[in-house]
Design a protein around this ligand. Structure first.
Ligand SMILES: [Zn+2]
Length: 142
């Protein structure tokens, strides 16, 4: 291990986070290298000034951070409720669409006998009037 490689490990070495073989290698290098020993003394002084203990986060840090975030992630039952309400909405929407389609068919059958214009004349703002204009605009009017 070269000097730079040893110095890169000083922080972990001081915190006791290195595997035993690496810990031994750093100690052996420090015993034989005056340059790294001087550098290590600076690291040691800083480490001791900081209290000598590795900094650990409070146990409830994650909970506190998550509690302050807007839009917390939904739980599985909230996702299930959302999916169920979407399915109900799709079912009701399809049912309503079927009702509208059948009503339109009934009106068209009636219009087929009297013509859209006949129905539209009775009520100028009715669906028949809209359909009559639609047919005329498309050149399909009777
Ligand atoms: Zn060295």
């Amino acid at each position: 291990m070269d000097c730079q490689g040893v110095q890169d490990l000083f922080s972990a070495y001081l915190d006791g986070e290195l595997p035993a073989d690496r810990q031994t290698a750093v100690a052996r290098h420090l015993a034989g290298c005056a340059v790294c020993r001087r550098e290590f003394q600076v690291w040691q002084q800083v480490w001791e000034a900081l209290g000598g203990d590795p900094v650990t986060a409070p146990a409830d840090l994650t909970e506190k951070v998550l509690a302050r975030l807007p839009g917390r992630p939904r739980s599985w039952w909230q996702n299930l409720a959302l999916a169920a309400s979407l399915l109900v909405g799709i079912f009701l929407g399809g049912h309503l669409g079927q009702e509208v389609y059948q009503t339109t068919l009934a009106i068209q059958t009636e219009a087929g006998e009297t013509g859209w214009e006949g129905l539209a004349a009775d009520s100028p703002h009715s669906l028949a009037a809209i359909l009559a204009n639609y047919d005329l605009d498309n050149g399909n009017g009777s």
